[in-house]
Design a protein around this ligand. Structure first.
Ligand code: NAP
Length: 280
């Protein structure tokens, strides 16, 4: 049976270390979260981020803006936060209402405050392997989990299922930077099952339950998916079946999820430290 990768425990360790560091700081890092509209899932995510930031002793502000805000007004709010020397990190909660141009909004964030790493500046640096750059939280959390369990990536065959800008693409870059051989699958991929069986590490970021049902003996399985079902929260992976063959597997909940928020806090602290050196 597979070892269950305990994301909750590792996330708590990260959070404890951040807290110790923050306790010693005179000025506290400040995270600004922009929430547009009232998507219930987004409201929960933002509340959890705010709660964690305050628990760590960060300053935190949530700007709740109406769903029908114009693009210009939203951009104006971002410019104000960009200019505010007391704000170290800016996050725009996704998804945005359909009338807003996501690309234009995310690009407006000052790269030094881009805590999610979604601007072309940070994403470009990540693609080119130029460090430091802000690494998106979920992919960063996955790499941290693999490191914590001493799972080596060099020379490994990694299959990333899903090619979104927030998970699939950045995690594939991070895997390549660690000398893994990466295959990316998406909705048009043929023979997904064959690919799953022929890779050493499977990272699924799709949002469909049971898309991974069988893996090769000893495979490492990272389940990013979050699917709300009548039986509660489920990942993309058929956990019971797959853990029979896998060597390591992340559960849902309690795997990648807690790491995402821990990495958001870590990125906030990192941006704060960079800015302190630059500005003061
Ligand atoms: P997304 O933007 O909807 O992307 C989903 C990806 O899955 C797309 O690239 C899509 O392919 C691909 N896909 C769809 N059907 C497929 C199929 N049948 N076979 C193979 N690939 C398929 O989603 P996302 O934002 O990356 O999120 C993915 C999942 O992770 C969601 O469940 C989300 O809730 C979860 N998530 C969890 C965390 C966390 O902290 N745990 C963080 C972020 C996201 P195309 O490109 O061809 O459409």
């Amino acid at each position: 049976m597979a070892v269950i990768i305990d994301g909750k425990k590792i996330a708590e360790k990260v959070i404890d270390n951040i807290k110790k560091e923050v306790d010693l700081l005179e000025r506290k890092p400040k995270l600004a979260v922009i929430l547009v509209g009232n998507n219930p899932a987004s409201e929960i995510y933002v509340r959890n981020k705010q709660k964690m930031a305050l628990k760590l002793g960060f300053d935190s502000v949530v700007l709740t803006l109406p769903a029908d805000i114009s693009e210009e007004n939203l951009l104006e709010q971002i410019y104000i936060l960009n200019e505010d020397v007391n704000i170290n990190a800016i996050l725009v909660q996704l998804p945005l209402p359909a009338h807003l141009n996501k690309q234009r909004i995310l690009e407006a964030i000052e790269p030094l405050k881009d805590v999610d790493g979604f601007t072309t500046h940070n994403f470009g640096r990540l693609s080119l392997g130029y460090f430091p750059c802000v690494v998106p939280c979920t992919p960063k959390g996955i790499v941290r989990l693999l490191d914590e369990y001493d799972i080596s990536l060099e020379g490994k065959k990694v299959l990333v299922i899903g090619r979104s800008n927030i998970v699939g693409k950045p995690i594939s870059l991070l895997m390549q930077n660690r000398n893994a051989t990466v295959t990316m699958a998406h909705s048009k991929t043929k023979n997904l099952e064959e690919l799953i069986l022929s890779n050493d590490i499977i990272i699924s970021a799709v949002g469909i339950t049971n898309i991974v049902n069988q893996v090769s003996k000893g495979a490492v399985v990272i389940d990013v998916g979050i699917n709300r079902t009548e039986n509660g929260l489920k990942g993309d992976v058929n956990f019971e079946l797959v853990s029979e063959n896998a060597s390591y597997i992340t559960p849902v909940p309690g795997g990648v999820g807690p790491m995402t928020i821990a990495m958001l806090m870590e990125n906030t602290l990192e941006l704060f430290k960079i800015q302190e050196k630059l500005l003061f």
